[in-house]
Design a protein around this ligand. Sequence first.
Ligand code: KG4
Ligand code: ZN
Length: 352
Amino acid sequence: MNTSDSTKERLLLAIESSCDETAAAVVREDRVVLSSIVASQFELHQDYGGVVPEIASRAHVRNIIPVIHAALQKAGCQPGDLAAIAVTTEPGLVGSLLAGLTAAKTLAMSLEVPLITVNHIDAHIYACGMGLGHSIYPCVGFVVSGGHTNLYDCRTATDCRLIGSTTDDAAGEAFDKVARILGLSYPGGPAISKAAESGNPDRFNMPRPMLHSGKLDFSFSGLKTAVLYAARGVPGPAQLSETPPDRVADLAAGFQEAAVEVLVEKSRQALRQHGYRRLCVGGGVAANRLFREQLQQMADRERIELCVAPLDLCTDNAAMAAIAWEYFEQSRFAGLDADVLPGLVRFENPRR
Ligand code: KG4
Ligand code: ZN
């Protein structure tokens, strides 16, 4: 074991490979991020309009060592300086997770330092507090990404309980699929956001699914289908080539406004139902400008504290695996028999 007793200088290497970004970061025990490297695979997946698991796994295997190397180099440290290795093991794509876990186990074993497994969703919420200088817990945590649209009752960093989730597509997945319908690039979120800038959100009457259901669950497939029909006609063959650019902009704006309204309203309902005064929002969709603006307006009206993850920590990265220090402090280490947990366990804390 590394027996460095210089508490302040202790360093942790975090590895993230749950989906289509290969990422590594070196984070000091005081949570200062010394380096954060992200190798995106979006070029490999863009022709498919979404992540292809097998392609993602292979790319992780190719990228992981160079990414780890770059993270150590940028942080100016050697493998021997590390006090622990953290790695995302849940939830995510099984092959992708395994690539990261195998690298992490190898490093932990050869360096004789503890291995810490990280829940990717907990990490997305933790990212909301990084750089703030105070704890964000307790709070309602909201992870809005390509794979998840989940609301959590977060009592501590390591005790987050699912209170609401999507019944079909995740919000980011809906952005990606709608972008594909409209002939926009992948990933769809930034492309829709850009197209919407010149669009009229009121031209098409878009549904707000489950807005007043009284539950904290979401549904985005009906909204996606509404865009499909508005773009192509009902019923009818695809006529995208006949869709003029202003129609695309209006549809992008209408979709974005409807999706954002539902996300903001459900987070308001979660705060009220669970009696919290703080909302923490992370995940790729939290990078959306309209979403951030509407969340802030709601927070001002409700007089609650809003913590949205910094832009560079919204989409997948390894720096947010700084949450591993919370486990380190509780000596909650994983064995070399640790396995990946690809699926999300609903309505209970998946780790514990
Ligand atoms: O958190 P993330 O990087 O990966 C997952 O864990 O899924 O989120 C990726 C998702 C994609 O669906 C992407 O379209 C969406 O986040 N996204 C956005 C924006 N930037 C990324 N959605 C809306 N607006 C954005 N600006
Ligand atoms: Zn993510």
